[in-house]
Design a protein around this ligand. Structure first.
Ligand SMILES: Nc1ncnc2c1ncn2[C@@H]1O[C@H](COP(=O)(O)OP(=O)(O)OP(=O)(O)O)[C@@H](O)[C@H]1O
Ligand SMILES: [Mg+2]
Length: 509
């Protein structure tokens, strides 16, 4: 296969939304068999560019050009783009949940018998082979909804390959995968590369970019910054290009350990928390006032299950919980909120974004009662609170009246986080708070968490990103298979120690 020849060439692409110029004369090129990283802060325009490539949006008319293998193309919708050989693996996959893996792979394009009827036997055989080719040994007759995210993504990829894809686009496709699954995915990307298939890869996890990408195109505020070979870039340079200033402060941030935190009163304690299904197997946890306690562990280790029990979202447990020494048992999340708890969940879709409502309304939703007087919304107060968070964690938006659905993914996440911080809770549970958040804003969120902890708020911090836990936590509780397997305090906290604890306890039965 001929390498280094241009497969996709885009020049002078612009996209205007009401009030926002999301892309300004961007040029972008992907060569055959290359893995191109598309990098930039939240709201930089990455997803918009992808959506133009895949026919989901039309670019502004006028100048600009999109060439595929040298020929002008202008896909009017995603199906047309797929027929041209451009496929997307979105984070939220567009598979049919009730159909089997095999049916999903060949949806709209099934192998047929001479008679014209669908050849189900052949379809299953081909599907099995296609998945094995991607390193996944799975029963292809199973409905797709029963599968893990990783298997669902592989099914999307198998589907793309069955449609003779030339370019595979992954927009934050790794954000809810485990490290092991990411490795498998990268193995597939490398294999495809050998076949001359190109990948456009978007992620906020910089280590991944260095692992898998050949080059990176960097966008900022809708404009092209530069395109570089990864081998000519280091982490500091990449971040600096993304944020448009020297990033030494971000890269060299050191942790400061404050032993005083362990001496504060215990704010929250849970004792011997168990679930009948054994997903939680006798967990003890204590969180002091103003302390940031991290929960580490693999997917399925019980982190989110525990958070849901603590927050009253799951009453089906045994064990005891105490707040400031007094026994509590929450009958609902609302009961927990009334007692001073807040929970920022990992999934903003179910968390209750109100897409048609403004940022200000979304952000102040739980505190509306507090900022109303005689049942009338105090606009000035609402504006003040909203502006405070827009500034504190750089929510990128033309105005606070913008509908939240028009924000980029990461900026939506920031609004939801602010919503909970604005309730001024005594304790906040953060489940993957920086998923989808860019590197600069991650730093800002980490700062904000430090600040609220310094004000005495207790924080339970769930994250799969070890760096973040190491930098942000005073203490780390490591879970495996529903049990607490280790606790690290202060100076003991390091990625190596966390990984060692996870490794020594996982898959031992
Ligand atoms: N449908 C829309 N209507 C109005 N504005 C939009 C729309 N879609 C995107 N935007 C705006 O366009 C800009 C680019 O958004 P885009 O989603 O492309 O960012 P991104 O680089 O993918 O960010 P993230 O890393 O957060 O996913 C943002 O300012 C966003 O608010
Ligand atoms: Mg995006």
């Amino acid at each position: 296969m001929e390498q280094n020849s241009a497969l996709l060439q885009m020049s002078n692409i612009s996209k205007t939304f009401p009030g926002v110029k999301a892309l300004k004369n961007v040029s972008f090129q992907v060569n055959r068999g290359e893995v191109m990283g598309l990098m930039g802060e939240n709201g930089a325009g990455k997803s918009t560019l992808i959506k133009i490539i895949t026919g989901y949006y039309r670019r502004d008319s006028g100048e600009g050009e999109m060439l595929l293998e040298g020929k002008p193309v202008n896909p009017a919708n995603t199906l047309e783009a797929q027929k041209l050989g451009i496929s997307t693996i979105f984070q939220e996959l567009n598979l049919s949940p009730f159909l089997s893996i095999a049916e999903n792979i060949y949806l709209g394009n099934p192998p047929k018998k001479k008679s014209g009827l669908i050849d189900w036997g052949l379809m299953r055989e081909k599907a099995k082979a296609a998945m094995l080719d991607l390193g996944i040994d799975v029963d292809v007759n199973q409905p797709i909804q029963m599968q893990s995210t990783a298997v669902q993504q592989m099914t999307s990829i198998a589907r793309a390959l069955a449609m003779d894809t030339k370019i595979l686009i992954m927009d934050e496709a790794t954000s809810s995968l485990e490290n092991k699954e990411v490795e498998t995915l990268f193995g597939v990307v490398r294999k495809l590369k050998e076949r001359g298939i190109s990948t456009i890869f978007i992620t906020h996890k910089l280590d991944e970019v260095f692992k898998i990408c050949d080059r990176a195109t960097i966008l900022k505020d809708g404009e092209l910054v530069t395109c570089r070979d990864m081998k000519d870039l280091n982490k500091l340079e990449l971040i600096s290009l993304m944020i448009g200033r020297d990033a030494s402060d971000i890269v060299n941030k050191k942790k400061i350990y404050d032993p005083e935190k362990q001496k504060a009163n215990v704010f929250f304690a849970a004792k011997n928390i168990r679930k009948a299904n054994r997903r939680l197997n006798g967990i003890d946890i204590e969180i002091h006032e103003g302390e940031v306690v991290g929960l580490a562990g693999l997917l399925g280790s019980g982190r989110t299950e525990l958070a849901r029990v603590l927050f009253g979202d799951d009453q089906n447990y045994e064990g005891e919980m105490f707040m400031r020494g007094a026994a509590v048992r929450f009958s609902s999340p609302n009961a927990a909120i009334r007692k001073g708890l807040a929970f920022c969940s990992e999934d903003r879709k179910t968390e209750g974004i109100f897409p048609q409502m403004s940022i200000a309304d979304n952000l102040t939703m739980p505190i509306l009662g507090k900022i109303c007087r005689f049942g009338i919304l105090n606009n000035r107060k609402q504006r003040k609170v909203t502006q405070q968070y827009i500034d504190a964690i750089s929510i990128k938006t033309p105005s606070m009246q913008t509908k939240i659905k028009n924000l980029s993914g990461g900026n939506q996440q920031k609004v939801i986080l602010s919503r909970w911080l604005a309730t001024k809770p005594d304790m906040i549970i953060l489940d993957e708070p920086t998923r989808g958040i860019d590197v600069g804003a991650k730093g800002e969120i980490e700062e904000l968490i430090k600040q609220i902890a310094a004000e005495g708020i207790s924080v339970l911090y769930i994250s799969s990103e070890l760096d973040e836990l190491v930098r942000g936590c005073d203490r780390i509780v490591i879970l495996s298979e529903g049990r607490k397997v280790k606790e690290l305090v202060g100076e003991e906290i390091s990625s190596d120690n966390i990984m060692a604890a996870i490794a020594s306890h996982s898959s031992q039965g």
